[in-house]
Design a protein around this ligand. Structure first.
Ligand SMILES: [Zn+2]
Ligand SMILES: [Zn+2]
Length: 181
């Protein structure tokens, strides 16, 4: 494990949230947000309202900018998110999880908690000099972002099947080349 478990989970969740905004919107309605909430193991306050959905959707472009920013810009974004959210780190334990850090209470709005968890995880990346872990999918037709948590920094493709698509294209290209020779 490169980072603390909660940091890695928060990074993966932040990338997944950013990627819901690419192409066809992955968070078109409240049920889609409910599914995202469950998939990424969120707990705490969840209102199932259009207001909550709008707040979460509005967070996506702000988080996406982190993937395109240099270190100083990332720091400005992270500090801004933490300041706006009145973040106050506290060690907490709930459900079956070991002690981990929450910087806003569990009854804070979902979008606020998503913003703060992402910001805290990005703060870890900055402190460890690991912002290069924030990468873009290598598939030419894909705009998705990813977090490379592999030990040898070998991750190239996002979770949307781009690795398979690239392998199939390479296979077809080899077959085409072979049939022409
Ligand atoms: Zn927690
Ligand atoms: Zn991709």
């Amino acid at each position: 494990m490169l980072f603390a478990h909660d940091t890695e989970c928060a990074l993966v969740a932040a990338a997944a949230l950013v990627n819901t905004a690419g192409g066809r919107d992955g968070l078109p309605d409240v049920p889609a947000l409910d599914a995202f909430f469950t998939t990424h193991g969120w707990s705490g306050r969840h209102e199932h309202t259009d207001v909550e959905l709008r707040q979460v959707r509005a967070l996506r472009p702000r988080l996406r900018r982190i993937w395109y920013a240099d270190t100083d810009e990332v720091v400005a974004i992270v500090n801004g998110l933490l300041r706006e959210s009145h973040a106050l780190p506290q060690l907490v334990r709930h459900d079956d999880e070991p002690y981990h850090v929450h910087a806003v209470p569990r009854d804070a709005p979902l979008a606020t908690r998503m913003a703060v968890e992402a910001a805290m995880a990005m703060a870890d990346l900055v402190r460890m000099g690991e912002l290069s872990r924030l990468r873009h999918c290598d598939h030419p037709d894909c705009d998705n972002v990813l977090v490379d948590l592999s030990r040898n920094r070998s991750r190239r493709f996002c979770d949307a099947g781009c690795g398979n698509r690239a392998a199939v294209s390479a296979y077809r290209a080899r077959r085409a080349a072979a049939s022409h020779s």
